[in-house]
Design a binder for this molecule. Structure first.
Ligand SMILES: Nc1ncnc2c1ncn2[C@@H]1O[C@H](COP(=O)(O)OP(=O)(O)OP(=O)(O)O)[C@@H](O)[C@H]1O
Ligand SMILES: [Mg+2]
Length: 330
């Protein structure tokens, strides 16, 4: 089957649909770690979705599952109307080259023994730009195509990884902390560039970052992840203006000034629980300033983009919830 043409009859049809996805990491001597514990997520063509959450909450695992690198234990991933089935890196489904990922550690994903121009050329779609042109687009001199990965700084390697991913003209680009090694002044610029280069080609971008100010700048929509689950999702401007989930509030509260450089705090109050033994009910309840009785016993469903008992007015705790939601909204 040939992949669908880039011109779509239904512009709002999701490019990527992640449905109730579960991913477990299994190691011989330890209990399995449920890194992704029932995630729903969509990315539409031309849309930028920012995925944020503390270290260890499962962002990279989710990204790797979407790329078909790790095998889910449950749920499904649909890309361009087809299921994503992991086959391992060497025998990757050719249709999956339309999903490209910039890895969190770009050194690990570049071959140390090959010139970077050759590595970029590997992925080049026919009729596309040359490796030199791609390097130029990400802010590196084209002449650097002859060099090897170790001759670059971490930030430059991230730029190379972005160039290589773009070479394949993906329909979906996933950036897993793709700008973390760049210096602050370059981060916003390269993130903006990633947005421009993907969106103008009609592709979708799933952008994973600790830096909330950058996510705010480039994402149309934000998904907030906590311990394997998406606790809140919505349009960036709406979430920024009116974050609902107490965890989202804590994250945004940790951004020092609204338009300044915002990064997730090294630690919110309390510890991130062990994903191998997550708390009962709502996973955030041990750290939540608004926790009610029901929060420790029953898991909240996602209603109107937020998974929190405070906003579930149909719950048994309707009266309490209404009051608490008013309190939290102040
Ligand atoms: N290969 C693995 N084997 C076992 N456990 C793993 C493996 N990879 C990740 N984990 C665990 O799964 C959980 C989620 O990890 P993941 O790397 O997806 O988090 P993350 O949100 O990307 O974190 P960070 O922001 O630090 O990159 C963590 O508890 C982590 O320790
Ligand atoms: Mg990660």
């Amino acid at each position: 089957m040939t992949p669908p043409a880039t011109v779509r009859t239904e512009p709002d049809m999701p490019l990527l649909t992640v449905d109730d996805l579960v991913v477990d990491h299994r190691s011989p001597d330890r209990p399995p770690v449920r890194a992704v514990a029932g995630v729903d997520l969509t990315v539409a063509p031309g849309e930028v979705v920012g995925l944020v959450g503390e270290s260890g909450c499962g962002k990279s695992t989710l990204a790797r599952a979407i790329c078909g690198i790790v095998r889910p234990s449950g749920g499904s991933i649909g890309f361009e109307g087809r299921p994503v089935t992991p086959l391992g890196l060497r025998r990757r489904d050719p249709a999956l080259t339309r999903i490209q990922m910039v890895f969190q550690d770009p050194f690990a994903s570049l071959n140390p023994r090959r010139r970077i121009g050759r590595q970029i050329a590997d992925g080049l779609a026919e009729g596309g730009p040359t490796p030199g042109e791609l390097l130029e687009r990400v802010g590196l001199p084209p002449a650097m195509a002859d060099r090897y990965p170790h001759e670059f700084s971490g930030g430059q390697r991230q730029r190379i990884a972005i160039a290589r991913a773009l070479a394949a003209r993906p329909a979906l680009l996933i950036g897993d902390e793709p700008i973390s090694a760049l210096d602050a002044s370059a981060q916003a610029q390269v993130a903006g560039l990633m947005r421009t280069l993907t969106v103008e080609s009609g592709a979708g971008l799933l952008f994973i970052s600790h830096d909330l100010s950058v996510v705010r700048m480039i994402a149309d929509r934000i998904a907030v992840m906590y311990l394997g689950k998406i606790v809140e999702t919505g349009r960036t401007d709406e979430i920024w203006a009116d974050p609902k989930h107490p965890y989202t509030r804590a994250l945004l509260g940790a951004v020092p000034v609204p338009d300044g450089a915002g990064t997730l705090p090294a630690e919110l109050p309390g510890d991130v629980p062990d994903p191998a033994a997550p708390p009962s009910g709502c996973r955030f309840h041990p750290r939540c300033p608004h926790a009610m009785d029901i929060c420790s016993t029953r898991e909240p469903a996602q209603i109107g983009g937020v998974a929190c008992w405070l906003y579930d007015t149909a719950a048994d705790t309707a009266d309490t919830a209404g009051t608490a939601a008013d309190t939290v909204a102040e």
